[in-house]
Design a protein around this ligand. Structure first.
Ligand code: 13P
Length: 335
């Protein structure tokens, strides 16, 4: 088994998932401001260190995606943050894209940047302890979008990124996110997401990426948040499985969903149903940002020194999602 395949499988073994704590400073500032905490480097670290030293890290969190600021910070016990994470048995990872920028030729859409100088940045992150990386392409659904241009450009960038990451001995997380925002139906989300994912694999293969050494991070198939259509969680699971079964090559070891604006319990419930009905060979787990951190952040903001209280809330969410990644969650386990 290749080293990269081994890392990908270890990150997602036994229902483990990924904590996406890679919010850029601008996004983290919005999150902290929404709970009335000043966004200083110390406060950003304090919240994140609280999560990274929780007991659920051992059993539930196979990997943590960091932001550039955090991977360089030192914990209150004088460990580097990658050390703190590795000591729990989890893998440190790093977001390496530099954000979604206006796409020339289709200015309503975005293309993710960050390829220039990436090889050298990767070498540095690897030295700092990163074992895997993340790059997110983003697509909006509306009448004329996403365009072929955006589907192609983002897939090309994701593939070039992945190839450089594997060259540097790390596992690339390939994240093409079709956004939930919009008026579209779930059927439209299914059609577009399938097209987007297929294009990504076409480009990954051209760039000679070893598909056994990646993790795919897709959205679930949902109706747009402004659409009148309401589909059941069972239907979300069914459509999501249909999409992945037909679009993802069987070499891919694991799929870790983003939460994309779903509520915490909704993201858990949908993941649980996906696993209950999983008729594929893929591991289906989570790589959640908001759906793992929302309640913990709210609690932490009330008293940032009450570490145990915040950890209890985070542990519960991580445990619920790890059960869901095995199809073993039920609503009565929620508090
Ligand atoms: P959400 O789970 O909050 O969508 O974030 C996941 C992520 O990493 C987006 O890039």
């Amino acid at each position: 088994m290749s080293e990269l395949n081994n890392i990908a499988l270890k990150i997602l073994e036994n229902g483990k998932g990924i904590l996406a704590a890679d919010e850029s400073t601008a996004t983290m500032t919005k999150r902290l401001n929404s709970v009335n905490v000043p966004s200083t480097p110390e406060n950003r670290l304090s919240f994140r260190e609280t999560l990274f030293s929780s007991s659920s890290m051992n059993e539930c969190i196979g990997g943590v995606i960091l932001y550039d600021e955090t991977i360089r910070q030192t914990s209150s016990k004088k460990n580097t943050i990658p050390e703190l994470i590795s000591n729990t048995g989890s893998f440190p990872g790093i977001k390496v894209d530099t954000g979604a920028k206006v796409l020339a030729g289709s200015p309503e859409e975005k293309v993710t940047e960050g390829l220039d100088g990436l090889r050298d940045r990767l070498k540095e992150y690897h030295k700092l302890g990163a074992k895997f990386t993340k790059w997110r392409g983003v697509y909006n659904i509306s009448k004329n979008y996403p365009s072929k241009l955006s589907i192609h450009s983002n897939a090309h960038a994701l593939a070039r990124y992945s190839s450089l990451v594997q060259e540097c001995n790390m596992v690339p997380i390939v994240e093409p996110e079709v956004l939930m925002e919009g008026y579209h139906s779930a059927k439209e989300c299914l059609k577009i997401t399938s097209e987007v994912i297929k294009k990504c694999f076409e480009e990954l293969i051209i760039q000679k990426v070893d598909l056994k050494g990646i993790i795919l991070k897709p959205n679930m198939i949902l109706a747009g948040d402004k659409s009148k259509e309401k589909i059941s969680n069972e239907e979300v699971a069914k459509l999501t499985l249909e999409c992945l079964k037909t679009s993802v090559p069987s070499d891919v070891p694991g799929i870790a969903f983003l939460s994309g604006g779903q509520s915490e319990v909704e993201a858990t419930e949908n993941l649980n149903l996906i696993n209950k009905h999983n008729n594929t060979n893929f591991i289906m787990s989570y790589s959640y940002g908001r759906a793992l951190q929302q309640s913990a952040l709210k609690h932490w903001s009330k008293d940032i020194h009450n570490i145990e209280g915040t950890q209890k809330i985070f542990n519960h969410r991580a445990e619920m999602n790890t059960l869901a990644a095995q199809g073993k969650w039920s609503k009565d386990l929620e508090i």
